[in-house]
Design a protein around this ligand. Structure first.
Ligand code: HMG
Ligand code: MG
Length: 297
Protein backbone atom coordinates (compact mmCIF):
# COMPACT_ATOMS: atom_id res chain seq x y z
CA UNK A 1 0.00 0.00 0.00
CA UNK A 2 2.77 2.42 -0.88
CA UNK A 3 1.86 5.86 -2.28
CA UNK A 4 1.68 6.04 -6.11
CA UNK A 5 3.21 9.46 -6.26
CA UNK A 6 5.78 11.10 -4.03
CA UNK A 7 6.60 14.80 -3.88
CA UNK A 8 10.21 15.74 -3.22
CA UNK A 9 11.20 18.99 -1.56
CA UNK A 10 14.74 19.79 -2.61
CA UNK A 11 16.44 21.53 0.29
CA UNK A 12 20.04 21.40 -1.00
CA UNK A 13 20.43 25.10 -1.79
CA UNK A 14 19.25 25.94 1.75
CA UNK A 15 19.83 23.10 4.21
CA UNK A 16 22.68 21.80 2.08
CA UNK A 17 24.63 25.02 1.79
CA UNK A 18 23.75 26.93 4.98
CA UNK A 19 26.54 25.32 6.97
CA UNK A 20 29.32 25.81 4.40
CA UNK A 21 32.06 28.00 5.78
CA UNK A 22 33.61 28.95 2.43
CA UNK A 23 31.92 31.67 0.41
CA UNK A 24 29.76 30.38 -2.45
CA UNK A 25 28.98 32.88 -5.18
CA UNK A 26 25.42 33.92 -5.96
CA UNK A 27 26.03 32.71 -9.53
CA UNK A 28 26.87 29.21 -8.30
CA UNK A 29 23.77 29.11 -6.10
CA UNK A 30 21.58 30.35 -8.95
CA UNK A 31 23.00 27.77 -11.30
CA UNK A 32 22.31 25.02 -8.76
CA UNK A 33 18.68 26.09 -8.36
CA UNK A 34 18.16 26.36 -12.11
CA UNK A 35 19.71 22.96 -12.77
CA UNK A 36 17.49 21.43 -10.09
CA UNK A 37 14.35 22.87 -11.66
CA UNK A 38 15.52 21.65 -15.07
CA UNK A 39 15.93 18.14 -13.59
CA UNK A 40 12.25 18.16 -12.69
CA UNK A 41 12.21 19.07 -9.01
CA UNK A 42 8.89 20.74 -8.30
CA UNK A 43 9.83 22.37 -5.03
CA UNK A 44 13.18 23.96 -4.31
CA UNK A 45 14.06 25.60 -1.01
CA UNK A 46 16.29 28.36 -2.30
CA UNK A 47 17.48 30.07 0.87
CA UNK A 48 16.53 31.65 4.15
CA UNK A 49 15.85 35.12 5.51
CA UNK A 50 17.52 34.72 8.88
CA UNK A 51 20.09 36.73 10.78
CA UNK A 52 23.33 36.94 8.76
CA UNK A 53 25.18 36.84 12.09
CA UNK A 54 23.68 33.42 12.80
CA UNK A 55 23.91 31.95 9.32
CA UNK A 56 26.28 34.02 7.14
CA UNK A 57 26.00 31.73 4.11
CA UNK A 58 22.31 32.56 3.60
CA UNK A 59 22.88 36.34 3.61
CA UNK A 60 22.66 36.54 -0.21
CA UNK A 61 19.28 34.80 -0.48
CA UNK A 62 17.49 37.86 -1.91
CA UNK A 63 20.05 38.10 -4.72
CA UNK A 64 19.64 34.42 -5.47
CA UNK A 65 15.87 34.86 -5.70
CA UNK A 66 16.36 37.84 -8.01
CA UNK A 67 18.50 35.85 -10.45
CA UNK A 68 16.95 32.40 -10.69
CA UNK A 69 14.91 31.53 -13.75
CA UNK A 70 11.49 30.73 -12.42
CA UNK A 71 10.16 27.69 -14.19
CA UNK A 72 6.35 27.63 -14.31
CA UNK A 73 4.85 25.23 -11.81
CA UNK A 74 7.95 25.10 -9.62
CA UNK A 75 7.70 26.35 -6.04
CA UNK A 76 10.70 28.31 -4.79
CA UNK A 77 10.62 28.45 -1.00
CA UNK A 78 12.52 30.19 1.79
CA UNK A 79 12.80 29.93 5.57
CA UNK A 80 11.49 32.86 7.60
CA UNK A 81 11.89 32.70 11.41
CA UNK A 82 10.18 36.02 12.20
CA UNK A 83 8.36 39.00 10.68
CA UNK A 84 11.63 40.66 9.74
CA UNK A 85 12.56 37.63 7.67
CA UNK A 86 9.07 37.35 6.23
CA UNK A 87 9.11 40.97 5.06
CA UNK A 88 12.52 40.52 3.49
CA UNK A 89 11.24 37.40 1.72
CA UNK A 90 8.19 39.23 0.36
CA UNK A 91 10.43 42.06 -0.86
CA UNK A 92 12.53 39.44 -2.67
CA UNK A 93 9.46 38.13 -4.49
CA UNK A 94 9.16 34.90 -2.51
CA UNK A 95 5.78 33.18 -2.93
CA UNK A 96 6.14 30.40 -0.37
CA UNK A 97 7.85 30.46 3.00
CA UNK A 98 8.52 28.01 5.80
CA UNK A 99 8.47 28.61 9.53
CA UNK A 100 10.50 26.32 11.76
CA UNK A 101 9.92 25.22 15.32
CA UNK A 102 11.55 22.51 17.41
CA UNK A 103 10.23 19.66 19.50
CA UNK A 104 12.88 20.26 22.14
CA UNK A 105 13.30 23.42 24.23
CA UNK A 106 17.10 23.45 24.18
CA UNK A 107 17.26 23.18 20.41
CA UNK A 108 14.70 25.94 20.02
CA UNK A 109 16.86 28.22 22.16
CA UNK A 110 20.08 27.36 20.32
CA UNK A 111 18.54 27.59 16.84
CA UNK A 112 16.21 30.57 17.04
CA UNK A 113 16.98 32.03 20.46
CA UNK A 114 13.54 31.60 22.00
CA UNK A 115 11.29 29.00 23.60
CA UNK A 116 9.01 26.72 21.59
CA UNK A 117 5.92 28.59 22.68
CA UNK A 118 7.47 32.00 21.91
CA UNK A 119 8.45 30.76 18.47
CA UNK A 120 4.89 29.60 17.79
CA UNK A 121 3.61 33.01 18.87
CA UNK A 122 6.05 34.70 16.49
CA UNK A 123 4.66 32.68 13.64
CA UNK A 124 1.07 33.91 14.13
CA UNK A 125 1.64 37.36 12.56
CA UNK A 126 3.60 35.66 9.76
CA UNK A 127 0.59 33.44 9.06
CA UNK A 128 -1.70 36.49 8.97
CA UNK A 129 0.58 38.47 6.68
CA UNK A 130 1.10 35.44 4.46
CA UNK A 131 -2.64 35.08 4.03
CA UNK A 132 -2.92 38.72 2.96
CA UNK A 133 -0.13 38.27 0.41
CA UNK A 134 -1.42 34.94 -0.88
CA UNK A 135 1.74 33.20 0.31
CA UNK A 136 1.64 29.58 1.43
CA UNK A 137 3.44 28.58 4.58
CA UNK A 138 5.09 25.25 5.24
CA UNK A 139 6.00 24.21 8.78
CA UNK A 140 9.01 22.37 10.12
CA UNK A 141 9.53 20.65 13.43
CA UNK A 142 13.16 19.85 14.33
CA UNK A 143 14.54 17.16 16.62
CA UNK A 144 11.61 14.84 16.04
CA UNK A 145 13.66 11.69 16.64
CA UNK A 146 16.26 13.03 19.03
CA UNK A 147 17.86 16.24 20.25
CA UNK A 148 21.60 16.96 20.44
CA UNK A 149 21.12 18.51 23.89
CA UNK A 150 18.23 16.56 25.43
CA UNK A 151 18.50 13.11 23.86
CA UNK A 152 15.21 11.32 23.40
CA UNK A 153 12.18 13.29 22.32
CA UNK A 154 8.67 11.93 22.92
CA UNK A 155 6.55 11.53 19.77
CA UNK A 156 3.67 13.16 21.67
CA UNK A 157 5.76 16.30 22.06
CA UNK A 158 6.43 16.35 18.31
CA UNK A 159 2.75 15.76 17.59
CA UNK A 160 1.74 18.65 19.80
CA UNK A 161 4.12 21.17 18.14
CA UNK A 162 3.20 19.87 14.67
CA UNK A 163 -0.50 20.18 15.47
CA UNK A 164 -0.05 23.80 16.53
CA UNK A 165 1.71 24.62 13.27
CA UNK A 166 -1.02 22.90 11.29
CA UNK A 167 -3.78 24.61 13.26
CA UNK A 168 -2.29 28.05 12.66
CA UNK A 169 -2.37 27.46 8.90
CA UNK A 170 0.73 25.61 7.74
CA UNK A 171 -0.54 23.57 4.79
CA UNK A 172 2.00 20.82 5.53
CA UNK A 173 4.34 20.01 8.40
CA UNK A 174 7.71 18.44 7.74
CA UNK A 175 9.14 16.40 10.59
CA UNK A 176 12.89 16.82 10.85
CA UNK A 177 15.29 14.23 12.15
CA UNK A 178 17.85 16.97 12.56
CA UNK A 179 20.63 14.80 13.93
CA UNK A 180 19.78 11.64 12.04
CA UNK A 181 19.57 9.37 15.09
CA UNK A 182 16.13 8.01 14.24
CA UNK A 183 15.56 4.41 13.21
CA UNK A 184 12.80 2.81 11.16
CA UNK A 185 10.72 1.61 14.10
CA UNK A 186 10.83 4.96 15.85
CA UNK A 187 9.94 6.67 12.58
CA UNK A 188 6.83 4.53 12.11
CA UNK A 189 5.76 5.17 15.69
CA UNK A 190 6.33 8.92 15.24
CA UNK A 191 4.05 9.14 12.20
CA UNK A 192 1.49 6.91 13.84
CA UNK A 193 1.29 9.30 16.80
CA UNK A 194 1.36 12.47 14.68
CA UNK A 195 -1.34 11.10 12.39
CA UNK A 196 -3.64 11.30 15.41
CA UNK A 197 -3.41 15.10 15.11
CA UNK A 198 -2.71 15.76 11.41
CA UNK A 199 -3.79 13.90 8.25
CA UNK A 200 -0.98 11.78 6.84
CA UNK A 201 -1.07 13.61 3.51
CA UNK A 202 -0.21 16.83 5.36
CA UNK A 203 2.94 15.40 6.93
CA UNK A 204 6.39 15.19 5.40
CA UNK A 205 9.66 13.52 6.38
CA UNK A 206 12.99 15.36 6.59
CA UNK A 207 15.75 12.90 7.35
CA UNK A 208 19.38 13.75 7.92
CA UNK A 209 21.70 10.83 7.25
CA UNK A 210 24.17 11.25 10.10
CA UNK A 211 23.74 7.65 11.30
CA UNK A 212 23.11 6.21 7.82
CA UNK A 213 19.42 5.63 8.55
CA UNK A 214 17.79 8.21 6.29
CA UNK A 215 16.72 5.92 3.45
CA UNK A 216 15.46 3.27 5.86
CA UNK A 217 13.47 5.98 7.60
CA UNK A 218 12.01 7.13 4.28
CA UNK A 219 10.91 3.57 3.56
CA UNK A 220 9.39 3.28 7.02
CA UNK A 221 7.54 6.55 6.36
CA UNK A 222 6.25 5.28 3.00
CA UNK A 223 4.81 2.28 4.83
CA UNK A 224 3.02 4.78 7.08
CA UNK A 225 1.47 6.47 4.03
CA UNK A 226 3.75 9.50 4.02
CA UNK A 227 4.34 10.85 0.50
CA UNK A 228 6.39 14.05 0.89
CA UNK A 229 10.12 13.95 1.56
CA UNK A 230 12.79 16.60 1.88
CA UNK A 231 16.16 15.74 0.41
CA UNK A 232 19.38 17.40 -0.60
CA UNK A 233 21.15 16.91 -3.92
CA UNK A 234 24.51 15.16 -3.45
CA UNK A 235 23.59 14.76 0.23
CA UNK A 236 24.87 18.27 0.89
CA UNK A 237 24.58 19.75 4.29
CA UNK A 238 24.48 19.77 8.03
CA UNK A 239 22.92 22.01 10.63
CA UNK A 240 24.83 24.87 12.27
CA UNK A 241 23.13 24.18 15.61
CA UNK A 242 23.40 20.40 15.61
CA UNK A 243 27.06 19.47 16.01
CA UNK A 244 28.22 16.63 13.80
CA UNK A 245 25.00 16.54 11.80
CA UNK A 246 25.50 15.57 8.17
CA UNK A 247 23.35 16.33 5.18
CA UNK A 248 19.86 15.23 4.34
CA UNK A 249 19.20 12.02 2.50
CA UNK A 250 20.67 12.53 -0.97
CA UNK A 251 18.02 13.33 -3.57
CA UNK A 252 19.68 10.95 -6.05
CA UNK A 253 19.56 8.05 -3.57
CA UNK A 254 15.96 8.79 -2.65
CA UNK A 255 15.03 8.93 -6.34
CA UNK A 256 16.75 5.59 -6.90
CA UNK A 257 14.68 4.03 -4.12
CA UNK A 258 11.44 5.50 -5.46
CA UNK A 259 12.22 4.50 -9.06
CA UNK A 260 12.82 0.97 -7.86
CA UNK A 261 9.44 0.96 -6.16
CA UNK A 262 7.78 2.24 -9.34
CA UNK A 263 6.76 5.45 -7.58
CA UNK A 264 6.43 8.43 -9.88
CA UNK A 265 8.29 11.69 -9.17
CA UNK A 266 8.89 13.25 -12.58
CA UNK A 267 12.61 13.74 -11.89
CA UNK A 268 15.41 13.01 -14.35
CA UNK A 269 18.24 11.10 -12.67
CA UNK A 270 21.01 12.09 -15.06
CA UNK A 271 20.27 15.79 -14.88
CA UNK A 272 20.01 15.54 -11.12
CA UNK A 273 23.40 13.87 -10.87
CA UNK A 274 24.95 16.52 -13.12
CA UNK A 275 23.57 19.29 -10.89
CA UNK A 276 24.85 17.58 -7.75
CA UNK A 277 28.30 16.89 -9.13
CA UNK A 278 28.69 20.46 -10.33
CA UNK A 279 28.02 21.95 -6.89
CA UNK A 280 30.36 19.37 -5.31
CA UNK A 281 33.08 20.55 -7.70
CA UNK A 282 32.42 24.14 -6.67
CA UNK A 283 32.72 23.15 -3.00
CA UNK A 284 35.70 20.91 -3.63
CA UNK A 285 33.90 18.12 -1.77
CA UNK A 286 33.25 14.47 -2.53
CA UNK A 287 29.73 13.70 -3.71
CA UNK A 288 27.58 12.53 -0.78
CA UNK A 289 25.21 10.56 -2.99
CA UNK A 290 26.05 6.87 -3.28
CA UNK A 291 24.08 6.63 -6.53
CA UNK A 292 25.93 9.58 -8.04
CA UNK A 293 29.26 8.05 -7.06
CA UNK A 294 28.35 4.66 -8.48
CA UNK A 295 27.03 6.05 -11.75
CA UNK A 296 30.04 8.29 -12.30
CA UNK A 297 32.68 5.59 -11.83
P1 HMG B 1 17.87 37.17 17.81
O1 HMG B 1 19.28 37.61 17.98
O2 HMG B 1 17.12 36.72 19.02
O3 HMG B 1 17.02 38.29 17.03
O4 HMG B 1 17.86 36.02 16.71
P2 HMG B 1 16.55 39.72 17.43
O5 HMG B 1 15.15 39.86 16.97
O6 HMG B 1 16.89 40.02 18.86
O7 HMG B 1 17.48 40.64 16.50
C1 HMG B 1 18.88 40.71 16.68
C2 HMG B 1 19.54 41.16 15.40
O8 HMG B 1 19.26 40.23 14.35
C3 HMG B 1 19.07 42.52 14.89
O9 HMG B 1 20.16 43.11 14.22
C4 HMG B 1 18.04 42.15 13.87
O10 HMG B 1 17.89 43.14 12.88
C5 HMG B 1 18.62 40.90 13.26
P3 HMG B 1 21.15 44.17 14.95
O11 HMG B 1 20.22 45.26 15.40
O12 HMG B 1 21.80 43.43 16.08
O13 HMG B 1 22.09 44.55 13.87
N1 HMG B 1 17.59 40.01 12.70
C6 HMG B 1 17.53 39.62 11.42
N2 HMG B 1 18.32 39.86 10.37
C7 HMG B 1 17.98 39.33 9.19
N3 HMG B 1 16.88 38.53 9.02
C8 HMG B 1 16.08 38.26 10.05
C9 HMG B 1 16.39 38.81 11.30
N4 HMG B 1 15.80 38.74 12.51
C10 HMG B 1 16.54 39.49 13.35
N5 HMG B 1 15.01 37.46 9.87
C11 HMG B 1 16.78 34.81 14.95
C12 HMG B 1 16.66 35.37 16.35
C13 HMG B 1 15.59 33.91 14.70
C14 HMG B 1 16.76 35.97 13.95
C15 HMG B 1 18.12 34.06 14.83
O14 HMG B 1 18.22 33.16 15.86
C16 HMG B 1 18.25 33.34 13.53
O15 HMG B 1 18.40 33.94 12.47
N6 HMG B 1 18.18 31.98 13.54
C17 HMG B 1 18.20 31.21 12.32
C18 HMG B 1 18.85 29.93 12.56
C19 HMG B 1 18.83 29.09 11.30
O16 HMG B 1 18.70 29.58 10.19
N7 HMG B 1 19.00 27.76 11.49
C20 HMG B 1 19.07 26.86 10.41
C21 HMG B 1 17.74 26.62 9.76
S1 HMG B 1 16.69 25.51 10.68
C22 HMG B 1 17.21 23.93 10.21
O17 HMG B 1 18.21 23.80 9.55
C23 HMG B 1 16.35 22.75 10.57
C24 HMG B 1 15.53 22.20 9.40
O18 HMG B 1 16.37 21.85 8.32
C25 HMG B 1 14.74 20.97 9.84
C26 HMG B 1 15.61 19.92 10.54
O19 HMG B 1 16.64 19.48 9.98
O20 HMG B 1 15.24 19.57 11.67
C27 HMG B 1 14.54 23.25 8.89
MG1 MG C 1 17.46 20.04 8.12
Amino acid sequence: NLPHHVRLVEVGPRDGLQNEKQPISVADKVRLVDELSAAGLGYIEVGSFVSPKWVPQMAGSAEVFAQIQRKPGVVYGALTPNMQGFEAAVAAGVKEVAVFAAASESFSQKNINCSISDSLQRFVPIMDAAKQHGISVRGYVSCVLGCPYEGEVAPEQVASVAAELFAMGCYEVSLGDTIGTGTAGATRRLFEVCAGNIPRDKLGGHFHDTYGQALANVYASLLEGISVFDSSVAGLGGCPYAKGATGNVATEDLLYLLNGLGIDTGIDMDQLITAGQRICNVLGKPNGSRVARAKQL
